[in-house]
Design a protein around this ligand. Structure first.
Ligand SMILES: NC(=O)c1ccc[n+]([C@@H]2O[C@H](COP(=O)([O-])OP(=O)(O)OC[C@H]3O[C@@H](n4cnc5c(N)ncnc54)[C@H](OP(=O)(O)O)[C@@H]3O)[C@@H](O)[C@H]2O)c1
Length: 261
């Protein structure tokens, strides 16, 4: 892992990453609060050629007409490969693949406060959504990411997935599945540093962001900064923009600070 935060690593003149190609193609996986805000930011970038969104619901009515929308479910591996195949029918290259899918709670599952709340089912659901999806995406998008242009595979993790940072405990399934996500990502980055030398593979913590995933757990007395999805998305794109050529296997927060694994 590299010690220099990406925002300090490149001068304004040295913009050589995927977002500075004359025309780049992006795929956003998940269209929740942060995924939707990333889409808005990318649509405002004049260098964007095509953007495709993978989501689990029907095409949202408010999504821009220029955006291709494909359905998939992280719990159904075939739907991931078939969505990637549909992307491949339309694009030869993907320059930016951002995974924004995540699950902290559902109608059947709440983050565990203590050991007795843990169940095999809650662990399995969390692992499928928060961890297993990442390598399946990488497998399916591998041919689209392997080309001569700079490219980034960024996957949203969470600071609570850092084993070194776990001082509070609780949230077993979410923490463990994000830690597994991080290990899968780091392992992928090692393999792709040989086979996909153009791709930076990075885990990103988006900050504490107002969203359906987090809002039930942000109390009025929460002492830290809560970002809007728009603030988080533009900060995350700045971190992606600041990655050095060849930089891979890093875990950064939205401010570009390195997080211990
Ligand atoms: N918000 C925060 O404070 C915070 C902090 C740290 C990390 N993160 C991470 O940031 C990422 C984005 O979270 P967010 O805040 O934008 O939350 P969000 O608005 O709830 O977005 C999560 C997205 O994941 C999708 N998803 C969940 N299960 C899925 C499945 N089985 N198949 C396909 N899609 C599925 C959701 O789909 P539906 O729209 O269909 O529900 C939603 O689009 C997550 O990885 C989260 O862990 C967020």
């Amino acid at each position: 892992m590299l010690a220099t935060p990406p925002e300090q690593s490149r001068s304004a003149q040295d913009k050589t990453g995927c977002l500075h190609l004359p025309a780049f193609n992006a795929v956003i996986v998940g269209n929740g609060a942060i995924g939707g805000a990333l889409l808005e930011c990318l649509l405002a970038n004049p260098r964007l050629n095509r953007v495709m969104v993978l989501g689990r619901r029907r095409r949202p009515a408010d999504i821009d007409a220029s955006v291709d929308y494909l359905r998939f479910d992280a719990l159904d591996p075939n739907s991931i490969s078939s969505a990637a195949a549909k992307v491949h029918q339309q694009l030869d290259h993907v320059h930016l693949l951002i995974n924004t899918v995540g699950m902290l709670h559902s109608t059947e599952q709440q983050p565990e406060k203590r050991l007795r709340d843990v169940s095999a089912k809650s662990l399995q659901q969390s692992f499928m959504t928060n961890a297993v999806l990442l390598p399946l995406l990488a497998q399916s998008f591998s041919p689209l990411m392997r080309h001569a242009d700079p490219a980034v595979l960024a996957s949203l993790s969470a600071r609570v997935g850092s084993i070194a940072d776990n001082r509070l405990g609780g949230w077993y399934s979410y923490r463990a599945s994000k830690a597994a996500h991080n290990m899968l990502l780091q392992t992928l980055s090692r393999e792709w540093s040989l086979s996909h030398r153009n791709v930076s593979v990075v885990a990103l913590h988006p900050g504490t962001v107002e969203s359906p995933l987090s809002s039930p757990f942000i109390s009025t007395t929460y002492g830290k900064r809560v970002l809007s999805a728009k603030e988080s998305a533009s900060a995350l794109l700045a971190v992606i923009e600041g990655l050095r050529p060849g930089e891979t296997g890093a875990f950064y927060d939205w401010q570009g600070h390195s997080i211990p694994w």
